[in-house]
Write a protein of this length. Sequence first.
Length: 145
Amino acid sequence: MYGTTHGVEASVNWEITRRWTLNSGYSFLNTNLHADPASLDTMSVTGTQGSTPDNQAELRSHVELSRGLSWDANAYFVERLAAQLIPSYTRLDMQVTWRLAERIELNLVGQNLLKDDHAEFRDILQSVNSSLVKRSTYARLTWQF
C-alpha cells in the first residue's frame, strides 16, 4: 500500500470580554491510498481509506458567571467514517463549576447532550468490539490537599 495525505488545521482564540472566551478549531485531512500491484493484500486500502474523517470542527466557550462560578460549553462535529460505516455526528458537552473554597470545587457535567448515543469507531474486521458513546451526566467534588 502507498499513498499521499494532505491537510490543514486552524484555530482561533477570542477573548470577547474578560469573563468570556471562545476557542474554535477546524481540521481537514485528505487521504489517497493505493494498493501495491505486487501485493497480495486486498483489504488494507479498503479498511484504511475512509477510516479518518475528512473534516472536524470544534467550538468551546468558557464564561466566568460570577466569582467562583463558571460555565463551559463545547460543541464538536466529526464527519463520517465511510470505511467503518460511521455517520457524521455532532456532540455537545457542558460543565458548571463552583469553587466552594480555595481548594474545593464542585463540577456538574453533561456529555453527549444532543443524542442518546453515537458511534465513533467500528472495527470492520470484528477483532475489537465496537461500542456506542452514551449520553452521560455526573457530579464531581474535588478537594486538593
